[in-house]
Design a binder for this molecule. Sequence first.
Ligand SMILES: [Fe+2]
Ligand SMILES: [Fe+2]
Length: 282
Amino acid sequence: MPPSLDMKITKFPKPIKNLLWASDLHLDDASDFARKRFYSKLFHENYDAVMVTGDISNAHQLADDLEELASAVSPMPLFFSLGNHDHFNSCFASVDQVVRKLCSIIPNLYHLDNSGIIELSRDTCLVGHKGWYDGQAGAGVHSKVYDKGRHAIGDFDGLSHKDYFKKLADLGHESATHFRGTLPLALKRYARVMIGTHVPPYWDGIMHGEARCSWDHQPYYANVAAGKAIGGILRRFGSRKLEIYAGHAHTRSTTSISKNLTQHIAEGRRGAPSVERLIKVA
Ligand SMILES: [Fe+2]
Ligand SMILES: [Fe+2]
């Protein structure tokens, strides 16, 4: 998709200097105590906006949990992308519909997939998309690991192994198309571009606890199509700085992909939602 000249640019009255980042909150797995502890932590942080990069809850609770989260962050903006778990117990179309409706009635809620380019400051912007593991990394379709989560999402129900991997590839292409539509203009206008997405576009640096993500797990942990699109576009903007903020792997890492591209992955502990860190925006 060519960059659209009428691409939406979301601006705020004041620059966002402090962006608080969290990922993989899995609020549906958190006790009341753990939720309260998380919201109390949020209350005491000094931020201008919050970004959550997916796996907020499951589809049954997503609307309630997003509403609660937006209320805790209000009046500051809450930028979010969804993760695979946010679709559990439902399907893509239903979740999309619920999220669109919610964003239309909650003023500080911004779905990255539908927000175009978000201007954080004169020099820095944020774009994002849920992303999805596209089955292309590592062993690919020949992986010996079975993705148990596929049965929790209606769109995957009844698919053969081959067709499931075809669907994963389609999801990867969807995010690649999104970045082809947003990134060129973002990189043209801003010196520093942040990407918020759930599944890391690059398998480099992805850890499982202390160990590197294995060859058989890699198809379920990286969005290769998005990585190729991002890398290809960035080659035309050598002086720009691009930072990817992702989750999904649940093990913290920072990897330099190239001289002007860094991928950060957040820690995530199910049952213990927490803040990853404050990102300073110049
Ligand atoms: Fe997660
Ligand atoms: Fe995930």
